[in-house]
Design a binder for this molecule. Sequence first.
Ligand code: NAI
Ligand code: OAA
Length: 328
Amino acid sequence: MKPPVRVAVTGAAGQIGYSLLFRIASGAMLGSDQPVILQLLEITPALKALNGVVMELNDCAFPLLAGVVTSDDPKVAFKDADYALLVGALPRKAGMERSDLLNANGGIFKPQGEALSEVASRNVKVLVVGNPANTNAFIALSNAPKLKPTQFHAMVRLDHNRAISQLAEKTGKPVTAIKKMTIWGNHSVTQFPDLYHAEVDGKNAYDLVNDHTWYENVYLPTVAKRGAAIIEARGLSSAASAANAAIDHMRSWALGTPEGDWTSMAFVSDGSYGVPEGLVYGFPVTVKNGQVEIVKGLEINAFSRAKMDATAKELDEERQAVKQLGLV
Ligand SMILES: NC(=O)C1=CN([C@@H]2O[C@H](COP(=O)(O)OP(=O)(O)OC[C@H]3O[C@@H](n4cnc5c(N)ncnc54)[C@H](O)[C@@H]3O)[C@@H](O)[C@H]2O)C=CC1
Ligand SMILES: O=C([O-])CC(=O)C(=O)O
């Protein structure tokens, strides 16, 4: 058995937390040979509910769960953390865009970035899930001078999984037939799910579908507005699928992507594909030995360029907004 690693989760008593913690403790995120110590952060009034979740975690008698810490202090919850999943933030309600949450949630990520910088493992991998995820990640990394900006990711994996599922449905193929999906940009309605480089059973997905009107007017909005459709149907925002995507993201980051495929991760742009440097932007990536590399050399046509620039522009506006709020 390997020595245990420390996994911090914020908002641990919330709805995503309730789907997430049990799967991390079961080994779904880091593998069935990797014991974990969970370090759970909540706001003070939610500590009682969190204690109930911990009772249930204990009642599972997970062989891989080597300990649980709870706290309302980020410096305790993030101490020596190898992984940190920043989930704790308000979810949106019907009729809101995710960027409407910036005023309410942005303030959470400055002190959490500072605390991670001070006390987490020097190699910590941080995934921001709380919305607006890309810009919250930008706030956190901007307040973490002792860590590398590339140690902070934002989650576009739920969009990536939705894009695979919708394409599988359209083509009548299993999800396992679909490879090389990309979500470019922001986890928002401006995101760009790219079929020009995706493959279905090794064939180009855009050519196979051969219907630009469907791609532009059905597929893109269905994927990009799926979060709102879930809120409309459930009365609450996606939770189990969001937790699943967080598990998938961290698993890819820790254990790598398979040969012949890639995944989508949002992190600080190095200027690749003409994306302004410093924006936390979704890219196609491969991961080997924990090293995340942007897939190079993809041809970008005029349709894609316009979509990629529009989502970058929105992120740039969010960046200006958080500067004005004094968060970075
Ligand atoms: N990136 C993505 O793809 C997705 C992101 N989300 C976002 O994830 C966030 C959480 O969603 P839910 O779990 O459904 O919400 P929830 O309201 O059920 O749970 C959030 C939890 O965070 C806690 N919290 C609030 N402030 C905190 C702080 N400063 N430190 C620690 N904990 C804090 C709350 O007490 C609550 O228990 C929302 O912002 C939601 O919009 C949701 C789905 C997908
Ligand atoms: O849409 C929301 O507010 C929650 C979320 O991020 C998603 O389901 O993608």
